[in-house]
Design a protein around this ligand. Structure first.
Ligand SMILES: Nc1ncnc2c1ncn2[C@@H]1O[C@H](COP(=O)(O)OP(=O)(O)OP(=O)(O)O)[C@@H](O)[C@H]1O
Ligand SMILES: [Mg+2]
Length: 273
């Protein structure tokens, strides 16, 4: 019995310790502004990790650096142990890391269904099938994307809105659509930049449930930037705090909310919450 426990312990530990995403020494300035300064963090597989900090702390810039939207002046990013620092965004997406933007990026003139069906092409930066491939293959690919879009609308509670133009959606519904779009490709790491911004309380519950379900039932790992501390408290462990471009500390939410340095960082900044 004791023998079995000893044999199992290391594998359980190494499973716990699996790092899916690792950023080290990230640096990025804009003119005289050091937006991100020696920033590093790790994301454990299966976690929902929070990334918080006052306005201007550098959170969105970290997302941009990690996903390749902008180039770092220094630092490395590893995804599943592979150095992806020099890969374009779509190659990082192809390797399973997808993000949303702080401001929703839906196409207002397209329906919910059409927005979903367009997502894989946008995220992977390519046509789903080569232009000259046989008509049958094109049709099959379209059918597969359509079938996935139906599944995703089910998961994201958007089924009733499938033929609604995205421009007619509420702020919260647009955030759901934004998250739904990440699910159109086979990803394992999802980075959400302020998913709760502008979402009404009822949809906030839906959003929270959806993230939890994707984490627990679909095995997605999340990194979530958010100012709504209720959402962070309900979902995230651990929580990373950034201030002035740097990693200040990482701990459970209860510990963080009591930490003097965190309170000072928020009081010192121009933050609203
Ligand atoms: N493309 C850019 N050009 C110039 N300055 C930028 C750019 N992107 C970010 N910055 C600056 O870098 C700093 C960090 O910005 P960032 O958007 O990463 O902060 P944040 O933590 O996401 O803030 P918020 O909570 O308000 O979204 C800010 O001073 C910002 O003005
Ligand atoms: Mg931001």
């Amino acid at each position: 019995m004791a023998e079995a426990a000893r044999v199992q312990a290391p594998s359980a530990q190494s499973r716990d310790a699996t790092i899916v995403l690792q950023a080290e020494g990230l640096e990025r300035s804009f003119g005289g502004v050091r937006a991100v300064d020696s920033m590093g963090f790790t994301l454990r597989e299966g976690s929902i990790t929070g990334l918080i900090g006052p306005n201007g702390a550098g959170k969105s810039t970290v997302f941009n650096l990690v996903t390749g939207v902008i180039k770092p002046q220094a630092g490395t990013v590893r995804l599943f142990g592979e150095d992806i620092s020099r890969l374009p965004t779509y190659e990082r997406a192809r390797r399973g890391m997808i993000r949303t933007f702080q401001l929703s990026r839906e196409f207002g003139g397209l329906t919910v269904l059409e927005n979903l069906m367009l997502s894989p092409q946008q995220q992977l930066g390519e046509k789903l099938v080569p232009l000259f491939s046989a008509q049958r293959r094109v049709h099959e690919a379209e059918q597969a994307v359509y079938a996935r879009a139906l599944e995703v609308m089910e998961i994201s509670r958007l089924g009733d809105l499938r033929d609604e133009y995205a421009s007619n959606l509420s702020g919260g519904q647009k955030k759901l659509l934004e998250l739904a779009r990440t699910l159109m490709i086979d990803c394992s790491v999802i980075l959400l930049d302020e998913p709760g911004a502008g979402v009404n309380p009822a949809l906030m519950t839906t959003l929270r449930e959806m993230i939890l379900e994707l984490n627990k039932d679909h095995g997605k790992t999340f990194l979530i930037v958010e100012h709504d501390m209720d959402l962070i408290a309900a979902l995230c462990d651990p929580v990373i705090v950034m201030t002035e471009g740097r990693h200040l500390l990482e701990a459970g939410f209860d510990e963080i909310r009591k930490d003097k340095r965190v309170i000072e960082a928020y009081l010192g900044g121009a933050h609203d919450g």
